[in-house]
Ligand binder design. Structure first.
Ligand code: NAD
Length: 344
């Protein structure tokens, strides 16, 4: 096999795992461990082919490096993808993966992600201690990502409008899953008006009934007038056509890799739209993991995650001062922190 993926060489190590006995087929990508052990979730998905799975692992591992570095945390970036249907997960499969994590000797700490759960990590802990959520309090799921996105939204609103209050503002939210729904609940509690979309009617009906949200078809979300647009579903949704349609001055959400290409940061800036880098807004998971090692009580974890607010405020202020986009400022900061930690 010839490895031609454009991002391949940017990674420190990529492992391809096949375990015949359990049927495990997985990839572990370690993007960078200069700042500390790679931390990152394990996604289980019935990928159409290995190339798609590899692309996902590389992209997400890189994102984890950026999340930890922008928050000043002592971790690198890693990601696991298991190729398969999460409904067919077995303890044997999880143990086979955990054996590889154990062989990495702490260079990689595995967490949950789409298709895996905290219960799966508990199964893996029979084989390796290098997992997230290993403490008692941490075994109860908290909506840490949504909490961090909310903190970033407040900071972005304060930067743009000069006040942090959300009451009376209109927020458009794309996607009502693990991140989008708790975010909507928090925005509603803060008095914001919601415009939402999701292809799953059960989710939009719930947002309409419980939160008074205005529901629009997924394709129409970009056209909604709003004080802020929060992408909380898919990656790659901000491109030339969608950016041209946006009727908002702010974009800040939980989805990973929101920009279809790096040029889209400049496109947003050219339209006067302030874009909070996704890897800062959605860094709640890695902050949560770090805080668990210090004090894992839910209040302490949520307080730590709320640091995303001041970090966002500083970043936006620096972007204004320097005339750079917030993404450029953030990327430079990450590059400087990695370079200071040693050669790649
Ligand atoms: P999820 O699968 O729970 O929810 C995603 C939701 O988006 C689903 O309700 C789905 O129906 C909806 N959706 C799919 N296509 C859509 C479309 N075209 N328009 C509108 N909605 C659509 O996923 P999640 O855990 O909420 O994650 C959402 C995003 O946030 C992803 O990009 C994920 O990578 C990122 N993220 C999640 C976490 C986390 O802690 N869960 C952490 C960091 C980043």
């Amino acid at each position: 096999m010839v490895f031609t993926h454009a991002d391949f060489d940017g990674h420190e190590q990529v492992l391809f795992i096949a375990d015949r006995a359990s049927g495990l087929r997985a990839i572990i990508a370690l993007h960078d461990t200069r700042l500390g052990p790679a931390f990152g979730g394990c996604r289980m998905w019935p990928y159409a082919d290995e190339g798609t799975a590899l692309a996902d692992a590389l992209r997400l591992a890189r994102g984890m490096t950026y999340k930890a570095a922008i928050c000043g945390l002592p971790y690198g970036g890693g990601k696991t993808v298991i190729i398969g249907d999460p409904g067919r997960k077995t303890p044997a499969l999880l143990h086979a993966l955990a054996r590889v994590v154990e062989q990495l000797g702490g260079r990689y700490i595995i967490a949950d992600d789409v298709g895996t759960s905290l219960d799966d990590l508990a199964v893996m802990r029979a084989v390796t201690r290098h997992t997230a959520a290993a403490t008692t309090a941490a075994s109860a799921p908290l909506a840490v990502t949504a909490h961090g996105v909310l903190a970033a939204i407040r900071a972005a609103i304060a930067h743009r409008l000069g006040r942090p209050e959300l009451a009376g503002l209109t927020i458009a939210v794309q996607g009502l899953g693990n991140v989008g729904l708790p975010l909507c609940r928090a925005l509603h509690a803060a008095g914001a008006r919601l415009v939402v979309c999701d292809p799953l009617p059960a989710r939009t009906e719930l947002a309409q009934a419980e939160l008074g949200a205005v529901v629009v078809p997924p394709a129409a979300i970009y056209d909604q007038p709003a004080d802020l647009f929060a992408p909380c579903a898919l990656g790659g949704i901000l491109d030339e056509p969608t950016i041209a349609r946006l009727r908002t001055g702010l974009v800040c959400g939980g989805a990973n890799n929101q920009l279809a290409s790096p040029a889209d940061a400049a496109r947003l800036a050219a339209r006067g739209i302030l874009y909070v880098p996704d890897y800062l807004a959605n860094a709640g998971g890695v902050i949560d993991f770090h805080q668990e090692q210090i004090d894992d009580r839910p209040d302490a974890v949520l307080a730590a995650v709320a640091r995303i607010g001041p970090l966002t405020a500083e970043l936006l202020a620096e972007a204004t001062r320097s005339g750079r986009t917030p993404l450029e400022v953030a990327d430079r900061l990450v590059a400087a922190r990695l370079a200071a930690a040693g050669p790649a």
